[in-house]
Design a protein around this ligand. Structure first.
Ligand SMILES: Nc1ncnc2c1ncn2[C@@H]1O[C@H](COP(=O)(O)OP(=O)(O)OP(=O)(O)O)[C@@H](O)[C@H]1O
Ligand SMILES: [Mg+2]
Length: 333
C-alpha cells in the first residue's frame, strides 16, 4: 500500500484491524475512529479464512456502543471476533512493547496469550479481578472494617490464578523464543533472547507477606509485577537498545507469533505492517519480506513503492492511496 504522507494509509490499516478484530490497535478512545463531524463509522470486510468465505461488519456509534457481525450473525464482543479471525499488526507505537515500561509488555504478553492459547484468553482478566478483590479485602482490614480471615479466600484465589497465569506466560514465551531469535538474527540482530522464568505464586508466600500487603493495601507479589526479558547478549534491549534494535525485536516477535499461529490454526494470520521499512536498510527489508509466513496475506504500507528492495518478490497487489477532497481513496494500481 503506497501513498505520500498524510493520505490515509495508517487509517486504512487501522480500519482493516477494526474490521478483522473489532478494535483499534492505536487507541481505546473509539469516538476518535469516527470521521470528524460524523456520528458513526462502519467497516465491512469480505475475504476468505482458512478456505471459507468470511464477511465482517463493525459499527461504531459513540454513545450506543459497538455492533459486530460475522457472516451476518451478531457477535457479543470483539473477543468473539478475535477468537474467530487472527490479525497481527505492527504500528510504529508498538515499539513501546520493547522500550516502554513493564505494564506495556505485560499487557502485550497477555494479549498474545489469548491469541495463541484461546482457552486461556480470560485468565489475565480473571487474575486481575481476584487481585482487585483481595486489595479491597486488605483495605477493609486496614480500616478495621473486617478481619484478616476475610482475606484468606482471596489469597487462595490469587495464588491459584496467579500460578496458572505465570505458567501460561512461561509456556507462551518458551514457544515464541526460538522463532524470535531466528527472526531477529535474520533481521540483523544476533544473539537476541526473549525470556520469562516461571516462578509460580504460592499461597504460603502470599501469607508470609500478609502484614506488608495489609500495610500497603495491595498484593505485592505475583505475575502482575513480573516482566519479560528482551536481551541481546547481556544487554537489556528494554533500556539499552537502539531504535533499530527495538524495532527489530518487535518485528521478530510478531513474526514468531505469526508462525506459531499459522501452525496452531492451520493458516497464517492477516499481517498489517504500517511503515515497517522506514528504518530498515535494504538487506533487512529483504529479510523481513522473506520471513513473512507462506500462504498468508500481508499488507505493508510505505510512502513509495521504491521501499521494496529491487530484487524482492513482486507484491500480489499494489494499492495506491490518495487524497480526494477530505476523503481518502485507495485504488488497486
Ligand atoms: N477521525 C478522523 N476523521 C477525519 N480525518 C482524520 C481522523 N483521524 C485522522 N484523520 C486525518 O487522517 C489523515 C492521516 O491519515 P494517516 O495517518 O492514515 O496518513 P498516512 O497515509 O498513514 O501518513 P504517513 O505516511 O505520514 O504515516 C490526517 O490528515 C488526519 O488528520
Ligand atoms: Mg501512517
Amino acid at each position: 500500500m503506497v501513498g505520500p504522507n498524510g493520505v490515509g494509509k495508517t487509517n486504512l490499516l487501522e480500519a482493516l484491524h477494526v474490521g478483522a478484530q473489532g478494535f483499534s490497535p492505536r487507541t481505546r478512545a473509539e469516538p476518535r475512529l469516527v470521521r470528524f463531524g460524523e456520528r458513526a463509522a462502519r467497516v465491512q470486510l469480505e475475504g476468505t479464512e482458512r478456505g471459507s468465505p468470511v464477511e465482517t461488519e463493525v459499527t461504531l456509534a459513540p454513545g450506543e456502543g459497538k455492533r459486530l457481525r460475522l457472516n451476518g450473525a451478531a457477535l457479543g464482543s470483539a473477543e468473539e471476533l478475535r477468537s474467530r479471525l487472527a490479525a497481527l499488526v505492527f504500528v510504529p507505537d508498538r515499539l513501546a512493547v520493547v522500550k516502554g515500561g513493564p505494564v506495556v509488555r505485560r499487557a502485550y504478553l497477555d494479549r498474545m496469550l489469548g491469541r495463541v492459547f484461546p482457552s486461556q484468553a480470560a485468565l489475565p482478566a480473571e487474575y486481575g479481578r481476584a487481585l482487585a478483590q483481595r486489595g479491597e479485602a486488605l483495605r477493609r482490614v486496614r480500616a478495621d472494617l473486617s478481619t484478616r480471615a476475610a482475606v484468606e479466600p482471596w489469597t487462595e484465589r490469587v495464588a491459584e490464578l496467579g500460578a496458572s497465569l505465570d505458567a501460561a506466560r512461561a509456556q507462551l514465551v518458551a514457544l515464541l523464543a526460538p522463532g524470535f531469535a531466528v527472526h531477529a538474527d535474520a533481521l540483523g540482530v544476533s544473539a537476541a533472547t526473549f525470556a520469562y522464568e516461571e516462578r509460580g505464586l504460592r499461597r504460603e508466600d502470599l501469607e508470609t507477606r500478609l502484614d506488608r500487603d495489609l500495610e500497603r493495601g495491595t498484593t505485592g507479589l505475583g505475575p502482575h509485577l513480573r516482566d519479560v526479558e528482551v536481551r541481546v547478549d547481556d544487554r537489556d534491549l528494554r533500556g539499552f537498545g537502539s531504535q533499530g534494535e527495538q524495532r527489530t525485536a518487535v518485528l521478530a516477535l510478531l513474526l514468531a507469533e505469526a508462525a506459531v499461529l499459522a501452525e496452531r490454526r492451520g493458516a497464517p494470520p492477516l499481517l498489517l505492517l504500517d511503515d515497517v521499512f522506514s528504518e530498515l536498510d535494504a538487506g533487512r527489508r529483504r529479510a523481513l519480506l522473506e520471513a513473512l509466513p507462506a500462504g498468508g496475506q500481508t499488507l505493508v504500507s510505505a510512502t513509495s513503492a521504491d521501499a521494496l528492495p529491487a530484487d524482492a518478490r513482486e507484491p500480489a497487489l499494489v494499492v495506491t492511496v490518495r487524497r480526494a477532497g477530505d476523503a481518502s481513496v485507495a485504488e488497486v494500481a
